[in-house]
Design a protein around this ligand. Structure first.
Ligand code: ADP
Ligand code: ASP
Ligand code: MG
Length: 412
C-alpha cells in the first residue's frame, strides 16, 4: 500500500466527461489498495474567465476579493470529482483550501504556502480509505482568515505541498502531455520526452518559461524530497505510462550538456539612453523598481563614446512593464537620462543543463548558430547551469528549434 497525491490540471478536468476519465485513474490507484488524495484545477479556461470578470468589475480591484472570485473555479471541480467518484462506488469527499486547512501567506494573488495540516484527510484514510478531493490553487491565511490563491498554475504547488504534508510516497501531476519534454512539444514536434529530469534543471526550466510545472512546486519537491512525476491523464487508465520523474541529479545516468530549451514571452525590454555614468546610477534606477516589487532580470550596461554617459538595458515581466515605465518616467530628472525606449515584442530563450558547469563554450555555440539564422541578440545572461538570450518575438520558433537541434535534442 502506498499513499499518493494525484493532481489533474485544467485540460484534464475540462468537461464532466474528462472528469470521469480522470476518475478512472483515481479508481485504478484506489483499487490497488492505495490511500489517495486528489488535487484538481479549475476546468480549463475557467480561471481566465474569472480573472477577466474581476477586471471588468473594476480596473483596479481588491486583491483579497480577486482571490475569493478566482478560487471558485477549483471549488466546482472538486465537488464534481467527488460526485463522479461516489457514482463509481468509491468513498470520496471534497476539501476546500480552508477546510484542509492549507495555509498561505497574505500575498493575495500569489500567496506562498506556510503549511498544510493533513490531520482531517489522514483521519479519512484511516476511517474508510476515503478519497480526499482537494481544490488546488487555494488556501486560507491563518491570521486574516481570508481565502488566498497561489498564483497562476498554483495547483501544482498545492499538490506537491499536500504530498509533503501527508508524507505521501509519490505525487503524480497528470496533465495533457505525457511528461516533461526537452522543450515545449507544441512548438517543437521533434521534442523528446525525458524519463527523468533533475530538480535543478526542472527548476530552471520552470522559471524560464516551461509552464508544465509551477516553479514553487518544483522548489517544494526538491526541498521536501517528494518523488514527483509528470504524466498524462489522456493515457488509457488501465494501461498508463509512468511519465517523467523529477529527481536528484545523481540518479540520472546519461547526462547531456544541455537538457532543455525554454522560452518566455513574459518579458519586456526597457532601455535608458545616455544615463549619466557616475556612482549610484544603477541604484537610482533599480532601487525604485525593487521597492515597487518589480523583478528585473537581464541587465546590460554599455559605456557610450563620450565616456560620460551610458546606455542601460534591462528586462521586466510584461505584466509590470507599464508600471516600470511610469516609475522611471517620474524619476526622469533625478536619474538624468536622455530617453526611454521600450519593447514588448521580445522573447527570452534559454538553454538549461547541469553539464554546463563542466563544459566551456556552450553559449558561444548558440550565439553563432543564431547569427547564422540572422537572429539578432538584444541581451544575454548566463549562470552556472543556463544561459538566456533576448530576441525579437517573431523569431521564437526558429530560435527554439535551432538551439534544440544544435544541442542534439531532436528526436530521431
Ligand atoms: P495543466 O492544465 O495540466 O496544469 P499546463 O498547460 O499548465 O497543464 O502545462 C502543460 C503544458 O505545458 C503542455 O501542454 C505543454 O504545451 C507545456 N509545456 C511547456 N514546456 C514543456 C516541456 N518542456 N515539457 C512538457 N510540456 C511543456
Ligand atoms: N486554475 C489555476 C490557473 O489556471 C490554477 C491551476 O490550474 O494550476 O492558474
Ligand atoms: Mg499548469
Amino acid at each position: 500500500m502506498a499513499r499518493l497525491v494525484m493532481k489533474f490540471g485544467g485540460t484534464s478536468v475540462a468537461t464532466v466527461e474528462r472528469i470521469k476519465n480522470a476518475a478512472r485513474h483515481v479508481k485504478r490507484e484506489f483499487d490497488a489498495g492505495n490511500q489517495v488524495a486528489v488535487v484538481v484545477s479549475a476546468m480549463s479556461g475557467k480561471t481566465n474567465e474569472l480573472v477577466a470578470w474581476c477586471k471588468e468589475a473594476a480596473p483596479v480591484y481588491d486583491q483579497a476579493e480577486y482571490d475569493t472570485v478566482v478560487a471558485s473555479g477549483e471549488q466546482v471541480t472538486s465537488g464534481l470529482m467527488a460526485i463522479v467518484l461516489q457514482e463509481m462506488g468509491l468513498p470520496a469527499r471534497s476539501w476546500q483550501g480552508w477546510q484542509i486547512p492549507l495555509y498561505g501567506s497574505d500575498a493575495h494573488g500569489s500567496a506562498r504556502i506556510e503549511g498544510v495540516d493533513g490531520a482531517g484527510i489522514l483521519a479519512g484514510f484511516d476511517r474508510n480509505r476515503e478519497i480526499a478531493v482537494c481544490s488546488g490553487f487555494q488556501g486560507i491565511n491563518p491570521r486574516s482568515q481570508r481565502i488566498v490563491t497561489l498564483g497562476r498554475g498554483g495547483s501544482d504547488t498545492s499538490a506537491v505541498a499536500l504530498a509533503a504534508g501527508l508524507k505521501a510516497d509519490r505525487c503524480d501531476i497528470y496533465t495533457d502531455v505525457d511528461g516533461v519534454y526537452t522543450t515545449d512539444p507544441r512548438i517543437v514536434p521533434k521534442a523528446r520526452r525525458m524519463d527523468k529530469v533533475s530538480f535543478e534543471e526542472m527548476l530552471e526550466m520552470a522559471s524560464l518559461g516551461s509552464k508544465v510545472l509551477q516553479v514553487r512546486s518544483v522548489e517544494i519537491a526538491m526541498v521536501q524530497r517528494v518523488p514527483t512525476y509528470v504524466r498524462s491523464s489522456f493515457d488509457d487508465p488501465e494501461n498508463p505510462n509512468p511519465g517523467t520523474l523529477i529527481c536528484d541529479e545523481d540518479d540520472i545516468v546519461e547526462q547531456q550538456i544541455v537538457t532543455g530549451i525554454a522560452f518566455s514571452r513574459d518579458e519586456a525590454q526597457i532601455t535608458l539612453r545616455r544615463v549619466a555614468d557616475k556612482p549610484g546610477v544603477a541604484a537610482a534606477i533599480f532601487g525604485p523598481l525593487a521597492d515597487a516589487n518589480i523583478n528585473v532580470d537581464m541587465i546590460i550596461q554599455v559605456v557610450s563614446d563620450d565616456q560620460a554617459t551610458t546606455d542601460i538595458t534591462f528586462t521586466v515581466p510584461t505584466a509590470d512593464y507599464e508600471r516600470a515605465k511610469g516609475l522611471l518616467e517620474a524619476k526622469h530628472d533625478s536619474i538624468a537620462y536622455q530617453s526611454l525606449q521600450g519593447a514588448t515584442d521580445v522573447v527570452k530563450i534559454s538553454a538549461i543543463g547541469v553539464g554546463m558547469r563542466s563544459h566551456a563554450g556552450v553559449a558561444a555555440r548558440a550565439f553563432r548558430a543564431l547569427a547564422e539564422k540572422g537572429i539578432n541578440i538584444r541581451a544575454i545572461t548566463t549562470s552556472e547551469i543556463k544561459f538566456s538570450v533576448l530576441i525579437d518575438a517573431a523569431y521564437t520558433e526558429l530560435a527554439v528549434r535551432t538551439l534544440h537541434s544544435l544541442y542534439g535534442l531532436d528526436a530521431a
